[in-house]
Each structure stands twice: as structure tokens, then as C-alpha cells.
Design a protein around this ligand. Structure first.
Ligand code: FMN
Length: 279
């Protein structure tokens, strides 16, 4: 039985949009789910229209359908529609206007309080709680759940953008949302219908040859691949009338100066004040 769907023009076009014409990977199986994922782009401008009734619950069902490490189900979500709350969150996230604009803002919470409560209720000490490993596992869970929700939203024509800048002021965000200790907003997510201007192009990614290794890690052509990606990103930036820049420049700007962390260099202390006690 042949389970491979026929290679078609739409698939090739989607791969060109994602990688640029010079780095198209081998074509393989294809369907609507994969097409939705390859068509992803972050949306930073929203119409005021609310999301249809039941959309939030559908997104959450998709989120809860993601794998969860040892079935510990570490994720909580706080859904925000209150304009005053979105305004505050936008401000703390460095004045990201799309947070105010989007009709629905989801705060994705690494929630260690819910399972910690079981320790208390059952009078069993949870020795594993304060370790970096447990925090990492919990936060991985949250990210997997959120991405399922994103794919669900995009598959029904909604736009989204993650907001890592919720971690700029984790304690203020937690207080606004009424989070108990051992809960923190890992990231936010704007959800809504994109304005016409905000439907940008798919942003190119590095060639698969740069990140996919077979049997053994091989970075021997990394410089050449990086230069090719830089050239693709320059073309993309010019088309999008974005500040022209290579991917290398973006990495330099983001990872070079400590100021680019916007306060997140204090995260460990903040988390420990919020009850995580990470070792
Ligand atoms: C965890 C995470 C946090 C992010 N935080 C922000 C953010 O605070 N503001 C923003 O405009 N975009 C944010 N983004 C979106 C990225 O900038 C975007 O995904 C990246 O530039 C690639 O573009 P694309 O999503 O359109 O393909 C975030 C993405 C992720 C995965």
C-alpha cells in the first residue's frame, strides 16, 4: 500500500516559501495538516473581531492532546480578553501593541502548584520538585501544549504570535493574573484574525542541511549554509520592508548584548521568589 500522497505543485511552493528556492528539501508525504504547519507565520496586527464561540475550548482541547511528560499535565492557561489587563501586559512586554489589539490573549503557565498541592493533600514529600530537571520538563510540556493550540488556531484561519516578553516582568504578570506560588507565565500568545497588512510572508528558515544530521553531528558546511541563509533573509527583509538584515546580524543583536534580555537575566531570582526554589 502506498501511503505517500502525490507530490504536487502546492507542496513545492510551500517548501520554496519556507526555505527559499535554493534550499528546497526532498519532497515527501503531504496533507492539510503539514500544509498548515508549513504556512505558519507570526501575526502582529489584529482585527477587533472576537474569535468564534468555542474556539478557546477547541484550542485548549488540542493543547491538552499533546504528549505530556509522564502524564504530569503541568500546563495551565489564563485566557485574557479584558482590555485593561491586555494594556498592562502589553506595557510590561515592551509596549507590544498586538497584545492590546488581539481579541484573545492566552497566558501559558508552567504550573507546578497543582501537583505540589497533591504532595500536601497526600502528605508525601515531593523530593523531585525543586530541581531544574523538573522545571524544564514542566516547561517543555507547556510549550508542546501551546504549539498544538497554535496549529489548531492556524488550521481554522486564525493568526497567533507567541510573547516571550511575558518573562520580562514575571512577578508583575503573576500578580495581575492571580497566580499562586510555583506558577509562572512561560509565554503569552496573541490570537485573532490578522489584518490585511499583518499577513506577512512565511519567514524563511535555515536549510535542513544546517540542522538535520544523519547518524552523526556534522557542522563541516555550517559557514556556507549560514551565508546562504543570510542571503535568503536579506531578500526576505527587503520584500517585507523590514530593517534589512541578515540572520547572522539578528543572532548578533539578540545574543550579544545583555540588554537584549530586557530584564530576563533576573529570571532565576524571580522564579525562586515565586516559590520554585530551583536547584
Ligand atoms: C517562545 C517564543 C517567544 C516569542 N516572543 C515574541 C515576542 O515577545 N514578540 C514577538 O513579536 N514575537 C515573538 N515570538 C515570535 C518570533 O519572533 C517568531 O516566531 C520568529 O521570528 C519566526 O517568525 P515566524 O513565527 O513568523 O516564522 C516568539 C516566538 C517564540 C517561539
Amino acid at each position: 500500500m502506498d501511503s505517500i500522497t502525490p507530490v504536487n505543485a502546492a507542496q513545492k511552493e510551500a517548501l520554496i516559501r519556507r526555505y527559499g528556492a535554493d534550499s528546497v528539501p526532498a519532497v515527501g508525504p503531504w496533507n492539510d495538516v503539514i500544509a498548515t504547519m508549513l504556512d505558519h507565520r507570526s501575526v502582529r496586527g489584529y482585527k477587533p473581531d472576537p474569535v468564534p464561540a468555542g474556539t478557546l475550548e477547541t484550542m485548549i482541547a488540542a493543547a491538552q492532546s499533546a504528549a505530556t511528560s509522564s502524564n504530569m499535565q503541568w500546563t495551565s492557561v489564563v485566557a485574557i480578553t479584558d482590555p485593561a489587563k491586555k494594556k498592562k501586559l502589553a506595557e510590561w512586554a515592551g509596549n507590544q501593541k498586538h497584545i492590546e489589539q488581539c481579541p484573545l490573549f492566552l497566558c501559558w503557565v508552567t504550573d507546578m502548584a497543582r501537583n505540589a498541592a497533591i504532595s500536601k493533600a497526600e502528605k508525601v514529600e515531593f523530593e523531585t520538585m525543586p530541581w531544574l530537571e523538573t522545571f524544564l520538563v514542566a516547561s517543555v510540556d507547556v510549550a508542546l501544549a501551546a504549539q498544538n493550540a497554535v496549529v489548531a488556531a492556524e488550521s481554522i484561519g486564525l493568526g497567533t504570535v507567541y510573547i516571550g516578553a511575558m518573562r520580562n516582568e514575571p512577578e508583575k504578570v503573576a500578580e495581575l493574573l492571580g497566580l499562586p506560588p510555583q506558577c509562572f507565565v512561560l509565554f503569552g500568545l496573541c490570537v485573532g484574525y490578522a489584518t490585511e497588512q499583518a499577513v506577512g510572508e512565511v519567514k524563511p528558515r535555515m536549510a535542513q542541511a544546517m540542522m538535520l544530521h544523519h547518524e552523526r553531528y556534522d557542522a563541516s558546511n555550517a559557514d556556507a549554509h549560514r551565508q546562504a541563509h543570510d542571503a535568503e533573509m536579506m531578500r526576505f527583509s527587503a520584500r517585507q520592508e523590514m530593517q534589512a538584515g541578515t540572520w547572522t546580524q539578528r543572532v548578533l543583536n539578540r545574543l550579544g548584548p545583555i540588554t537584549s534580555m530586557n530584564g530576563r537575566e533576573r529570571l532565576r531570582q524571580a522564579l525562586n521568589r515565586m516559590g520554585f526554589g530551583i536547584r
